[in-house]
Unconditional design. Structure first.
Length: 156
């Protein structure tokens, strides 16, 4: 069964990846880091969460503010634990969805955007499943037609 794939990198999508629309196609925001934050999430993070803890590393039992990461925003190392290099992007995203300093309407829009992406991904799976079913039905119909033509008496 085919899976929806990013047309840029040809890798299948998974539910926790950040995708965007590119015309009629869904694509990763960053194929090299498919679980990265969206540009909007970065803006909200820097506008509303600069002065408090945004991530926690379970392995190191450390909490971090944005300035403690030291990496450029949008870089591959943006949210790596400074001690063990674990990717903390998931905890940063969880913080955004729960942060009380982010206005309710913005937090709701971030959540809705993630849910919408999940629904689009699910619809993509369903469409591919249906297309696969139609392809198999077409192949069966062609095979039946060929068999019918083979069995038909020939005129001389």
């Amino acid at each position: 069964m085919p899976e929806p794939k990013c047309p840029r990198c040809r890798k299948p999508f998974s539910p926790n990846e950040t995708i965007e629309s590119d015309g009629y196609a869904m694509v990763h925001v960053d194929c090299g880091r498919p679980r990265c934050l969206s540009p909007e999430e970065y803006v909200f993070l820097y506008a509303y969460c600069w002065d408090h803890v945004i991530a926690e590393c379970a392995a190191c039992a450390q909490k971090f503010r944005q300035a403690e990461f030291g990496a450029e925003p949008f870089s591959a190392a943006a949210f790596l634990c400074p001690y063990c290099q674990a990717d903390l992007t998931g905890t940063v995203r969880a913080h955004l969805l729960a942060c009380s300093t982010l206005p309710d309407d913005l937090r709701r829009r971030v959540q809705e955007a993630r849910e919408r992406a999940g629904r689009l991904l699910k619809q993509g799976h369903q469409l591919l499943d249906h297309a696969d079913l139609l392809r198999r039905e077409l192949q069966a119909a062609r095979a039946a037609l060929r068999e019918t033509v083979r069995q038909r008496p020939r005129r001389h």
